[in-house]
Design a binder for this molecule. Structure first.
Ligand code: GLV
Ligand code: MN
Ligand code: MN
Length: 414
């Protein structure tokens, strides 16, 4: 299986390299279109019926597309300078698991579909899980069409340029009705499986999380002639807010990150007139998340108020807490335990696979509000993710494929 995994994995590694050594695969850009071609070619090679739905999500069907399908997959887009595994590992593993089942002569009694959801990271248009949000109707299509990328290109324009119809986006009741169950395999984005000496695990929950844009405004002026007392420099309130976010997160047992900033005019010898920053905040429960964002917003306003600048906070996207259904999870845990996919050491007999919560968002989290959904994680020894050195060992990826195949067989045949 390791060789077969490498054979499918390696050509994908060439697509959409970023100058920083990672990947720049973002919704509807050239690299994303090349990933879509790769997906279509994989489907064609296997004789699977391939389609792109109204929201830009890809589907490859083993069996007649129809109701009650067992759907598996992930996404092919990346964060800016992202790693190779977050997303693509799930799609590659899904094709390989289908291959395994077909070779073994498994005859599913339900259709099986491999999917790749569009713009899961929201790196280009700002809203994470764009394809699954549109599919399920949790995002207003008119709002989505008007989203802009950092160059001011709207989603509508990007889709049109790529030959897709932006007027067709929105809740897709037909596509949704076909999903009987969804399973997403994903690289782990932490080290829990490593600590437990386990190659694979199952997800229990996803922390509630969201994105907020903070616009700090002041007055552009000359860096060499404007007295400190006369300045209205929005960088100061911005800097205080970054520190406040860190402190408030530490105080509440949550996470807060400012990883993106756009400064105007962005000149070395000019005081900034505007600083636009994006806050990513996550917490174990919704109340803590709300309190965290309120506290950071209050700190930002206080910092701006103190030096004559101003700040406005705009929510961009929000994902409520996700608890994956216990019934499906327990069923899959049984299959994986019996299949010998549990931890490698420390237990006698067939140990159970670990069940873990995560702070990362996934299309599975969006779909879980509509259809029975589960997630499988593959060990990531360093825990690094959303960065070029994100990695999962080949042997664990191969185990992930076998585990996914066992899960699909259970769901599609019994
Ligand atoms: C997606 O990976 C996210 O957690 O933001
Ligand atoms: Mn990600
Ligand atoms: Mn992902």
């Amino acid at each position: 299986m390791i060789d077969r995994y490498r054979t499918l994995w390696e050509p994908l590694l060439e697509i959409g390299r970023a100058p920083g050594g990672g990947y720049a695969r973002h919704g509807w850009n050239a690299a994303d279109l090349a990933c879509r071609e790769w997906f279509t070619a994989q489907a064609a090679e296997r004789g699977l019926t391939c389609e792109q739905d109204r929201n830009g999500n890809l589907w490859a069907w083993w069996g007649e597309p129809g109701a009650g399908a067992v759907v598996t997959g992930s996404h092919l887009d990346s964060v800016p300078n992202g790693g190779a595994y977050d997303g693509p590992l799930g799609v590659v593993s899904s094709f390989l698991a289908v291959d395994l089942l077909r070779e073994r002569g498994v005859q599913p009694s339900r259709p099986i579909a491999v999917t790749a959801f569009c713009e899961e990271e929201g790196a280009r248009f700002g809203i994470a899980c764009l394809g699954s949000r549109l599919l399920t109707g949790v995002l207003d299509p008119a709002k989505a069409r008007a989203l802009t990328d950092p160059d001011g290109v709207t989603l509508a324009t990007a889709m049109t340029r790529a030959g897709a119809d932006p007027d067709a986006i929105g809740r897709d009741t037909e596509a949704l009705a076909r999903i009987g169950v969804f399973v997403e395999l994903h690289v782990e984005q932490g080290r829990a499986l490593t600590h437990l000496d386990a190659p694979v695990g199952l997800a229990s929950a996803i922390w509630p999380h969201g994105r907020w844009r903070l616009d700090f405004t002041g007055e552009g002026n000359h860096a060499g002639t404007t007295l400190l007392a006369d300045r209205r420099d929005p960088m100061i309130a911005f800097a205080r807010t970054v520190l406040a976010a860190r402190e408030q997160a530490a105080r509440t047992g949550a996470l807060a990150t400012v990883g993106r900033v756009a400064i105007e005019p962005n000149g070395t010898n000019a005081i900034a007139s505007r600083v636009r920053a994006w806050l990513d905040a996550r917490a174990p429960d919704g109340a803590t998340l709300d309190a965290l964002v309120q506290a950071i917003s209050a700190d930002a306003s206080a910092a701006a108020g103190a030096d004559g600048t101003a700040v406005e906070v705009f929510p961009e996207s929000h994902s409520a807490v996700v608890e994956f259904g216990a019934e499906l999870r327990d069923r899959l845990a049984g299959v994986l335990k019996d299949g010998g996919f549990g931890p490698n050491s420390g237990t006698i007999g067939q140990p159970a696979v670990p069940v873990l919560p995560t702070g990362a968002g996934h299309d599975a989290g969006i779909l879980s509000g509509f259809v029975p959904t589960a997630m499988l994680f593959v060990r990531n020894p360093t825990g690094v993710s959303h960065a070029p050195n994100e990695h999962a060992p080949d042997a664990d990826c191969a185990t992930g494929v076998e585990a996914l195949a066992a899960v699909l067989e259970e769901l599609a045949c019994r």
